[in-house]
Write a protein of this length. Structure first.
Length: 530
């Protein structure tokens, strides 16, 4: 038996970004880049490990917004167009750099890499990435967690619990649709916890959640094992806490692995550096320079003078860092097991997009870590959180502390001077949606269609991503546009229903644009009889 366990959780999430009204929408590239750099490379690694009969256990989420984007025919078509474009660019780069050996080798590398991704997407996964992830779960390698419908920040909906109910219920329903079973775990958006959430999780049969570190250690009473074993909330849901030490090693660009000078430099891309006339056919049709994914430099150091990226050296460094991570977990678990009367569990949750997008070598690091853990250590094993609960179902009852995994650990990222203005509109819309659901029970025909679309617009406005972007200062105009658009559409739909004057052609156009949750039933927002 190992002395302890490690649970690796990858949180795969993107906001719902789909713009059929534009032939080439800039922010849709978030999805295409993540598909090419994160999700498909990670899938390839997981499948190769399975094919080589190397046992592993890993957890991940696939949020409803991301899952629906993955199966959307329009986005699938546009993603293939994106891959065609980048492959064409790499072929031009092979010609352009023929006399520049370091860059030419990289151009060939990128050409082969994107062709492989194209073939995997078409031939192996048949353009259905959620089905490929489901297959890994069904075969016992991956455990998929559910999440809220549109990644809404649940603590801020406490005044209107019907909205919490809708976010959780629709999220679980979507999980059942994509994965054919009930979820065991639930990823709280931004790991944001408040006690009011428990009731709705319990109704859906959720067994466990994941909290930020101090969500556990500042709980009452203080947990006996800190974050190295789960606690039970008063409602009976297990809560696991994030380990600080392992998080910093992987997250931090200054203290952690991703900042190593051998790794690829994220911010140097030929989309911004190549001659404009040369790169113009491969950037946005409006002439906007953008990241192409073709990056020729390594981090090098804290200097603007960057050295060429050497792929082999970076992969060697990823293996070295995987060995270091394994060693640190061994030392950590050796110590913890000496002071605990049960095997400790180290919980390591990360954004999936870190692996491959922000940290280009992240997938190789993870691949090496899973292999080394299997072959080279008997101190710990990788397991899932439900695995641990099955072994240790009896746990201390603790009331967790309100918390999130945002900066400073509470709610400040999603409520500050940059974004506080959105909540008066959200709260009014949440209140109004419940009033409409109560007033129009058992609606049919076009009224029901309108109410369902109003629910979609509210859900999309509630996405925590918009407030996060406003706080971070990146693409703020887009976040404001999306929030305002959904709130305006919501209010217009409600006004049209109340005036008995629904514009069917406009409503259908809005539905074509915001077509997530095709089976939604607005009555999920209705008040419950006390």
């Amino acid at each position: 038996m190992p002395k302890g366990y490690v649970a690796m959780i990858l949180h795969a999430h993107l906001p719902y970004v789909r713009h059929p009204e534009h032939p080439d929408f800039l922010e849709e590239r978030w999805f295409y880049e993540a598909m090419s750099e994160c999700y498909i490379p990670l899938l390839d690694i997981f499948n190769k490990l399975r094919e080589e009969k190397i046992p592993y256990r890993i957890s991940m989420t696939l949020t409803p917004t991301l899952a629906y984007m993955m199966i959307d025919p329009l986005l699938q078509k546009r993603y293939l167009r994106y891959l065609d474009n980048i492959i064409a660019l790499t072929e031009q780069e092979i010609i352009r750099t023929k006399d520049q050996k370091p860059f030419n080798e990289l151009a060939i590398f990128y050409n082969q890499r994107y062709k492989t991704i194209y073939n995997l997407y078409i031939k192996k996964y048949n353009k259905d990435v959620p089905a490929a992830i489901r297959d890994l779960q069904d075969s016992g390698y991956v455990e998929i967690l559910s999440s809220a419908a549109t990644h809404g920040f649940l603590p801020f909906m406490s005044l209107y619990p019907e909205s919490i109910k809708a976010q959780i219920s629709l999220g679980v329903d979507t999980y059942r649709k994509f994965f054919g079973k009930n979820p065991m775990g639930f990823w709280l958006p931004e790991c944001a916890y408040t006690p009011e959430i428990d009731e709705f999780l319990k109704r859906e049969g959720i067994k466990y959640i994941i909290l930020e570190t101090h969500g556990l250690i500042y709980g009452k009473p203080r947990p006996k094992y800190g974050v190295y074993a789960p606690i039970l909330t008063p409602s009976g849901i297990a809560a696991f806490g994030r380990d600080v030490e392992s998080s910093k090693q992987v997250w931090s660009a200054t203290e952690g692995y991703p900042g190593d000078y051998n790794y690829r430099e994220f911010y140097r891309d030929i989309g911004f550096e190549a001659d404009y006339d040369y790169i113009k056919p491969f950037i946005h049709p409006d002439g906007i320079r953008l990241s192409t994914g073709i990056k020729y430099y390594r981090i090098t150091g804290k200097t603007e003078q960057k050295q060429p990226y050497v792929r082999q050296n970076a992969v060697y460094k990823a293996a070295e860092h995987a060995a270091n991570f394994m060693f640190n977990r061994e030392q950590q678990i050796n110590y913890l097991s000496s002071i605990m009367d049960r095997p400790p569990l180290v919980v390591c949750p990360y954004d999936a997009e870190l692996f491959g997008h922000w940290w280009f070598e992240g997938p190789e690091w993870l691949d090496c870590l899973l292999r080394k853990t299997y072959f080279d250590t008997n101190i710990y094993q990788f397991i899932t959180l439900s695995d641990y609960l099955n072994m240790f179902p009896v746990n201390q009852v603790v009331s967790p502390n309100p918390s999130s995994w945002g900066n400073k650990g509470y709610y400040e990222v999603w409520l500050n001077a940059s974004n506080d203005w959105i909540y008066r509109h959200l709260h009014r819309a949440e209140e109004r949606m419940t009033q409409m659901a109560n007033a129009y029970k058992n609606a049919t025909g076009i009224v029901k269609e309108a109410l369902n679309q109003a629910a979609r617009e509210l859900l999309l406005a509630q996405a925590s991503d918009w407030a996060f972007i406003m706080d971070s200062g990146t693409t703020v105009d887009y976040a404001k546009m999306r929030f305002n658009m959904h709130i305006e559409r919501f209010n217009k739909i409600c006004d049209l229903i109340l005036s008995n004057n629904i514009d069917e052609s406009w409503l259908r156009a809005v539905n074509y644009s915001d077509n997530i949750f095709p089976d939604i039933d607005y009555s999920v927002y209705a008040s419950e009889m006390k």
